[in-house]
Design a protein around this ligand. Structure first.
Ligand code: GDP
Ligand code: IMO
Ligand code: MG
Length: 432
């Protein structure tokens, strides 16, 4: 019995989707266990590109069960349009999809709260959320009294519950606006419409909703092989990331158990996914950010624009201080280095090996976000490589300087590199 986890070790968009698709072939079940439609995972094969948001990136292999576990926050409208889009592209979504009846449901009030609270005015910089209602839904889950789970959609008191919550939210929403101008944009919730819409979503999703916890525990007993697909990245973890510029779930390795309900002893392999450089979308500190032509070159070559919100991603050099921290935190057994092809053509490449904080050298990520915002990266400069590598199929055939770069990352981070990706498609992957 064994499970493999795929965890992003930076600020998300490390190309987790590509590796999940790849590793799914060796598994019976693939599980998404946290986050929601804030995730945008990309899978490329056979000349086609697929975007996944709530559905596990393993869905392209119909013999493998795709599971949305209890820790995910489900937006039924987004999920149904994703199902329609995938079916339209010829992807089978029938008995191969299972959604936890314990997963919490995103409602229109969550998106409205996200809009109002993202830029609450409490801090100078907005969090810059994806506006998918993720934070407010998790807040209601922990608060309990106004939360609705997938299983609740099928209860006879569902309509009554929604009407009561709408009444409460209609009184609290205007109070969340930071000023009168924003308050004037708050529209009252239409409870009748919400009940009607969600009743119809529930009917369409009914064949997929079930007891995921017991399904997974039975699968453990039956020695099934499982792949767990993390969303976001460890630096966005609500407890261990750059709080408050984080997402609202445990997106590092620590979230696997809580989100899936699987026993910790079942996890045998943790593949930490990193880009060969760093990106971030949204607000918050980013020590190695490059607001110059090098950053723009990385953005252009890596096509670094958000999968979900289309925002340009902030780009910078590889931050080995952050990845050493998140790979240890997540229990990574190995690293998968993605988008190495993007770094071709630089005379020199930098790796951040430590930070300078108020005149002192430190080798850890400070817990205080304002301290992290003050650090200056200390770089080690390595020779770059001019050759394009998107057609390279073996590790040995990589340019010497690219191999030296990877070897140095292994040394500083302290984990072996088992996979190297040199392009978006399945074939552009080097397994060592
Ligand atoms: P995820 O959220 O972690 O699954 O990552 P995203 O899908 O948001 O972003 C990764 C992007 O990089 C996608 O557009 C992928 O198709 C693309 N990609 C994946 N691997 C590579 C690679 O090795 N090289 C290049 N150039 N692009 C890649
Ligand atoms: P994948 O799974 C990159 C970021 C948002 C924002 C912060 C909080 O594709 O790697 P939220 O909507 O979650 O409350 O936003 O987190 N964020 C992501 N950044 N990749 C993601 O997912 C992200 N999901 C959320 O930009 O800064
Ligand atoms: Mg993404």
């Amino acid at each position: 019995m064994s499970a493999t986890c795929v965890i992003g070790l930076q600020w998300g968009d490390e190309a987790k989707g590509k590796i999940v698709d790849l590793l799914t072939a060796q598994n019976d079940i693939v599980v998404r266990y946290q986050g929601g439609a804030n995730a945008g995972h990309t899978v490329v094969f056979g000349g086609a590109k697929y975007k996944l948001s709530l559905i596990p990136s393993g869905v392209f292999r119909p013999e493998v069960k795709s599971v949305i576990a209890s820790g995910v926050v489900v937006d039924p409208e987004a999920l149904l349009s994703e199902i329609d889009r995938l079916r339209g592209a010829g992807v089978e979504i029938e008995r191969n999809l299972l959604i936890s009846d314990r997963a919490h449901v995103i409602f229109p009030w969550h998106k409205e709260e996200d809009r109002l609270m993202n830029d609450s005015g409490v801090r100078n910089e907005a969090i810059g959320t994806t506006m998918r209602g993720i934070g407010p839904c998790y807040r209601d889950k922990v608060g309990r009294s106004t939360a609705i789970r997938m299983g609740d959609l099928y209860r006879s008191d569902f309509g009554e519950k929604v009407r009561k919550i709408c009444a409460l939210k209609n009184s609290s929403l205007p109070g969340m606006a930071r000023n009168a101008e924003v308050r004037a944009t708050v529209q009252p919730l239409d409870a009748d419409k919400i009940v009607a819409d969600y009743t119809s979503y529930a009917a369409r999703l009914k064949p997929f909703v079930g007891d995921v916890v017991n399904y997974l525990l039975d699968a453990v007993d039956a020695n099934k092989k499982m792949l767990l697909e993390g969303a976001q990245g460890a630096m966005l973890d609500v407890d261990y990331g750059t709080f408050p510029y984080v997402t609202s779930s445990n997106s590092s390795g620590v979230g696997v158990i809580a989100g899936s309900g699987l026993p910790a002893t079942f996890i045998k392999r943790v593949v930490g996914i990193v880009k060969a450089y760093t990106t971030r979308v949204g607000g918050g500190p980013f020590p190695t950010e490059l607001n110059n032509e090098i950053g723009q070159r990385i953005r252009d070559r890596g096509n670094e624009y958000g999968t979900v919100t289309k925002r340009p991603r902030r780009c910078g050099w590889f931050d080995a201080v952050a990845v050493r921290y998140t790979s240890r935190l997540s229990g990574a057994t190995e690293l998968s280095v993605m988008l190495l092809d993007v770094l071709s053509g630089f005379d020199e490449v930098n790796v951040c090996v430590a930070y300078e904080l108020d005149g002192k050298r430190i080798d850890y990520v400070p817990s205080d976000v304002d301290e992290l915002a003050r650090v200056a990266p200390i770089y080690e400069t390595l020779p770059g490589w001019r050759e394009e590598i998107d057609g390279v199929t073996s590790y040995d055939a990589l340019p010497t300087n690219a191999k030296n770069y990877l070897a140095r990352l292994e040394q500083i981070v302290g984990k072996p590199v088992s996979i190297v990706s040199v392009g978006p498609s399945r074939e552009q992957t080097i397994i060592r």
